[in-house]
Design a protein around this ligand. Structure first.
Ligand code: NAD
Ligand code: LMR
Length: 325
């Protein structure tokens, strides 16, 4: 048996936590031969609920679940963590934008970034799910100066998956056959889901659709506002699809993508003119536990305008939290 991997999950008593933990423990994230230790963090008032989730995890008798702990102390939760999935934060309600959560949630990520800095594995892979995810990941990264900045990522995989499904529906083809899709920028309505390079079953998606009006006026708003549409329909923000995207993000980062593009929010290295350290959705490939931003893509005028808009929003969010850092 392999050595167990320590996976810290925050917001363990929440709705995403409930959709996520059982799949991690069953081996869907790190592989069916990889034991895990779950280190669960939530607020003091949620500890009873976390105990209930742990009772259910126990009752599943997962062969890969080595052990688990619950705590309200980030330094206990993140001790020697190899993977940290930061979900715990307030979700938005109807009529709110994710950026409206910034003041409520930003402090969480200064504290948790500092705790990761102090006690986590030096190779910890961090995924921020709590909104606004890109800026929270930036805050955590800046609060952890002793850890490599590249270890901090934000979740844009849900947007990537949403875009893929919309394209499969539009073309009448199978979602599993989509390659070379990406979502640039912020996890917000300004995100730019870009199918100019995408293929489906080897055919160009752009040529198959051949409708720029549909791209600008149907596809982009549908993907960009999908989170709000779920809130409107369910009265709660997305949970199972968000947990699924978190599993996809970490699985691909750890186990690799075999050359396939996926979207991750990662600190920019200056690629495509995005200022260094901005946590930006990029097309990446993953190999040997590292991601690499896909290089050399042509950015046309329409795409540049979209990328500029989402970047400007991220810069404004960053300015809004500069006093915390
Ligand atoms: P929820 O309210 O059901 O659960 C949040 C949990 O976090 C609660 O158990 C709460 O007690 C806990 N929590 C709050 N502050 C904490 C802290 N400081 N430390 C540890 N735990 C803390 O919310 P949810 O539906 O699970 O959503 C969680 C977050 O994920 C929200 O911010 C939501 O907007 C975001 N989200 C992001 C994406 C994405 O694609 N990036 C998708 C869906 C939801
Ligand atoms: C989503 O995209 O579903 C989440 O970010 C939740 C939200 O507030 O939209």
């Amino acid at each position: 048996m392999k050595k167990p991997v320590r996976v810290a999950v925050t917001g363990a008593a929440g709705q995403i936590g409930y959709a996520l933990l059982f799949r991690i423990a069953s081996g869907e994230m790190l592989g069916k031969d990889q034991p895990v230790i779950l280190q669960l963090l939530d607020l003091p008032q949620a500890q009873k609920a976390v105990q209930g989730v742990m009772m259910e995890l126990q009752d599943c008798a997962f062969p890969l679940l080595d052990s688990m702990i619950a705590t309200d102390n980030p330094e206990v939760a993140f001790k020697d963590a190899d993977i940290a999935i930061l979900v715990g934060a307030r979700p938005r309600g109807p009529g709110m934008e994710r950026a409206d959560l910034l003041q409520a949630n930003a402090q969480i990520f200064t504290v948790q970034g500092a705790a990761l800095n102090k006690v986590a594995s030096r190779d910890v892979k961090v995924l921020v799910v709590g909104n606004p995810a890109n800026t929270n990941a930036y805050i955590a990264m800046k609060s952890a100066p002793d850890l490599p900045a590249k270890n901090f990522t934000a979740m844009l995989r849900l947007d990537h998956n949403r875009a893929a499904s919309q394209l499969a529906e539009k073309t009448g083809k199978a979602v599993r056959d989509i390659e070379k899709l990406c979502v640039w920028g912020n996890h917000s309505p300004t995100m730019y889901a870009d199918y100019r390079f995408a293929t489906i079953g080897g055919e160009s998606v752009k040529d198959l659709i051949n409708d720029q009006d549909w791209n600008a006026n149907v596809f982009l708003p549908t993907v960009g506002k999908r989170g709000a549409a779920i809130i409107e329909a369910r009265g709660l923000s997305s949970a199972a699809s968000a947990a699924n995207a978190a599993i996809d993000h970490i699985r691909d980062w750890v186990l690799g993508t075999n050359g396939k593009w996926v979207t991750m929010g990662v600190p920019s290295d200056g690629s495509y003119g995005i200022p260094a350290e901005t946590i930006f959705g990029f097309p990446v490939t993953c190999e040997n536990g590292e991601y690499k931003i896909v290089q050399g893509l042509e950015i046309d005028a329409f795409s540049q305008e979209r990328i500029d808009k989402t970047l400007a929003e991220l810069q404004a969010e960053k300015d809004g939290v500069k006093d915390l850092l």
